[in-house]
Design a protein around this ligand. Structure first.
Ligand code: GTP
Ligand code: MG
Length: 634
């Protein structure tokens, strides 16, 4: 059965409670003090079953609010979840201060549908009724209750006049109301806590989103306490579950009533965290005084209230009738989500001055610049849900937005976020890497960065086949799933290659190995064949198939391994050639124990340029010893 929640609104004594009783048979004023004083103090509840034009049943849950100016905060706790309002104006009094204030509150909360009910019609003559109708019609012009688009009905709760017409309009409007958001995670703002004999602790509220089941575990915000739902009642009837839009009572296991209070919110466990900082779109009423930056105000949202400090993000003050982006710092933490409406009341004297809509209640990334934050908030305020999700993803940069954070930031169900992400992945606006979402431009720059890192590595380490996976990940400072995702995307496009734990740029690793091995062999060969008549090092390097830097590296490696031996900046010999030299010199000793430079040159067929460094080398190696102009062979 479709369920719709209807709230009353209007000045004190204008007949709101009498109207609810006349419609439902239930007196919403349940407190002894209310009955004694004849006024409503706290919220009252009743329900009525109607059928729509097609004959389908509709259950109307009423939330009756107090009109007294001192109890506006109770009124605010009641109107948060309503679908439709009955703006009650007594025909014998017309518009009064709380008519205006309650009406302002309804507009600020974004309530879209309602009926204007002129009560106590039995107390005025037809002419007076017409005047009041005109007056009220003027007052409502251009609003969601404009009499040209929404009904205005004169009734008498005493005589019953107009009640049938009212029920007809209620059924018609209720049928028009779209089903509440059941694609969102369940949230129940608590409006009453009491003990029921034989049951224990019971909380009630208007379920603003999702569904809550019997035996489900719930979390209380703030505080984080976990409780089990022992029983569910919908509009006073036991049920297996309650769904968005229904007046809901939950019987909670093992909890003292003192641990729960109006203003707390129930949700599924381990999803949300209450916040003390939020960004919002603010609307200041025309009747309000200009709101200055840093003003302290009373903040009301659903059944909760606290004190907030307003930081205006675009100007030093906000003029009456204007709207602006703002950041609110709350005195106590509340669970709020984008789209939630709130009311602001002046600190003192306490009157309603404005309201607004939450845009973001998540901890914003620190590195965001002020103008980036404003752009983000504008996108969230005006964009489609897809654009908002994309903006939330983009602001997390290379960290990405985890799916669980996406749920916590939006209150949307995981399945909805996954579906949206899949569509946007398809249209290349974002990329999903395991449980994280990244904006496409971010992924593209990570891909470029990874390729640049590889290039850099190859340049600095020409002899190494590739960088180790871990070193590459650390140099990019990426989370594992994102690193893996970027790596895979480049691998799929053959922009890099992986062998075991080693990663190389495309072509680089393998080609590098071949070219270098080849070059190394070529150098060795060149020097081995040259014997002592070695070519100039720079000539050998120039003839190699690798660039100069890498050629130099290969030489360094050969020198380190003592395959080549360097005797001067220009002269490098192969180890075998030098060994042969030593053997020949040793053999020479038998013939002449001494040798001079000239004889040495002739013996090996080399020039002085080679002979001197070679003899000096032999001296160092203690193969020969210099004696005057000659060498003694040792
Ligand atoms: N004659 C007449 N009296 C009415 C009618 N409706 C309400 N009353 C009387 O007006 C007085 C106030 O009615 P309530 O229904 O308590 O008014 P209310 O708007 O709920 O007041 P608060 O909740 O305190 O803001 C009561 O004495 C009612 O009997 C009506 O249609 N005709
Ligand atoms: Mg009342």
């Amino acid at each position: 059965m479709k369920a719709v929640v209807v709230g009353t609104a209007g000045h004190i004594d204008h007949g709101k409670s009498a109207l609810v009783r006349a419609l439902t048979g239930t007196d919403p004023d349940r407190l002894a003090e209310e009955k004694r004083r004849g006024i409503t103090i706290d919220l009252g509840f009743a329900h009525l079953d109607l059928t729509d034009a097609a004959g389908a049943p509709i259950r109307i849950g009423f939330v009756d609010v107090p009109g007294h100016e001192r109890f506006v905060r109770n009124m605010l706790a009641g109107v948060g979840g309503i679908d439709l309002v009955l703006l009650v104006v007594a025909a014998d009094e017309s518009i009064k201060p709380q008519t205006r204030e309650h009406f302002d509150i309804c507009r600020l909360l974004g309530i879209e549908r309602g009926i204007t009910v002129l009560t106590k019609a039995d107390l005025v003559d037809a002419e007076t009724l017409e005047v009041v109708k005109m007056e009220v019609g003027d007052f409502l012009k251009g609003s969601f209750l404009d009499p040209t688009t929404s009904p205005m009905i004169a009734v008498s709760s005493r005589t019953g006049v107009g009640l049938d017409e009212l029920c007809g309009q209620l059924a018609r409007l209720a049928a028009e109301i779209p089903g509440k958001n059941s694609t969102a995670v369940f949230r129940l703002p608590i409006d009453r806590v009491f003990t029921m004999k034989g049951f224990g602790t019971v909380v009630t509220g208007t379920l603003i989103s999702g569904a809550v089941h019997k035996e489900q575990e719930v979390e209380v915000h703030p505080g984080g306490k976990r409780l089990r739902v022992r029983g569910v009642q919908v509009h006073s009837t036991a049920a297996e579950q309650a769904i968005a839009g229904q007046r809901t009572a939950l019987n909670l296991a093992v909890v003292e009533t003192s641990e729960l209070a109006r203003g707390m919110m129930l949700t599924p466990p381990q999803i949300f965290r209450p916040t003390q900082q939020l960004s919002a779109w603010l609307d200041l009423l025309r009747s309000a005084r200009p709101l200055r930056d840093r003003a302290r105000v009373h903040f009301h949202s659903f059944t909760a209230e606290t004190i907030a400090e307003v930081s205006l993000l675009e100007a030093k003050s906000l003029q009456p009738g204007q709207s602006a982006l703002a950041r609110l710092k709350l005195d106590s933490p509340l669970l709020l989500l984008p789209g939630d409406r709130f009311i602001l009341r002046q600190f003192s004297p306490v009157i309603t001055i404005g309201g607004g809509r939450v845009l973001d209640a998540a901890e914003p990334p620190r590195r965001m610049k002020a103008e980036e934050r404003l752009a983000f908030l504008r996108t969230v305020a005006q964009g489609t849900p897809e654009e908002a999700l994309l903006a939330r993803t983009a602001r997390r940069g290379a960290d990405g937005l985890s799916l669980s954070d996406a749920v916590a930031e939006t209150g949307w169900q995981l399945s909805r976020i996954e579906r949206m992400a899949a569509e946007m992945d398809e249209s290349r606006r974002l990329v999903r890497f395991e449980d994280r979402l990244l904006a496409s431009p971010v992924v593209e720059s990570l891909r470029q960065e990874m390729l640049a890192k590889l290039e850099q590595f190859h340049k600095a380490n020409p002899l190494v086949q590739g960088i180790s996976r871990e070193a590459l990940r650390e140099s990019l400072r990426l989370r594992e799933p994102i690193f893996r995702g970027v790596l895979d995307s480049l691998l799929r496009e053959s922009k890099l290659q992986i062998s075991g734990e080693t990663i190389a740029a495309a072509g680089k690793g393998v080609v590098l190995r071949d070219e270098e091995a080849e070059s190394k062999a070529q150098i060795e060969r060149a020097f081995a064949q040259a014997g002592l008549k070695v070519p100039l090092l720079k000539e050998v390097l120039a003839s190699l198939p690798v660039d100069k830097v890498r050629a130099q590296k290969i030489v360094t490696l050969l020198l380190r391994d003592r395959v080549l031996v360097k005797l001067s900046d220009e002269l490098v010999f192969h180890r075998d050639a030098l060994d042969a030299l030593r053997r020949q010199i040793a053999a020479q000793k038998a013939k002449t124990p001494r040798i001079n430079v000239g004889a040495f040159k002739d013996l090996f067929g080399i020039t002085r340029k080679y002979a001197i460094p070679l003899l000096e080398y032999l001296d160092r190696e203690r193969v020969t010893r210099r004696v005057g102009d000659e060498r003694e062979i040792l």
